[in-house]
Design a protein around this ligand. Structure first.
Ligand code: FES
Length: 115
């Protein structure tokens, strides 16, 4: 079962939770379900307030590598993702380091979410 570990200076300690694959929940949804307070304003992928760093752990290749158009635009305009970096990642089918917690739908993979 995939796990999500939330890590932040705002928390007393890291929290690891199970996130069943197929639930189609966002990082933000799982965080809220477990009382983890990730900043969020719009929940539509437009404001960038929920930007988190996602680190893939385990030995499976990252799965949730594709960004929605809103997520791409917001990360590019906020400066969390440079256009050249984005184009290289897309070409190699790799995941960017920063993602929007409200847009990233969890798949069958173990991740650490830093915020
Ligand atoms: Fe605004 Fe996620 S809450 S982009």
């Amino acid at each position: 079962m995939p796990t999500v570990t939330f890590s932040s200076p705002k928390m007393r300690r890291d929290l690891t939770v199970y996130a069943p694959a197929g639930d189609r929940k966002s990082i933000l949804g799982v965080a809220r379900e477990h009382g983890v307070a990730i900043d969020c304003e719009c929940q539509k992928g437009e404001c960038g307030s929920c930007t988190v760093e996602v680190i893939h752990i385990g030995n499976k290749p990252p799965m949730a590598v594709h960004l929605t158009e809103k997520e791409k635009l917001t990360l590019l305009t906020s400066g969390k993702l440079a256009r050249q970096e984005f184009e290289e990642l897309e070409l190699l089918d790799l995941a960017p380091r920063y993602r929007l917690a409200c847009q990233y739908l969890l798949l069958d993979e173990d991740i650490v979410v830093k915020f």
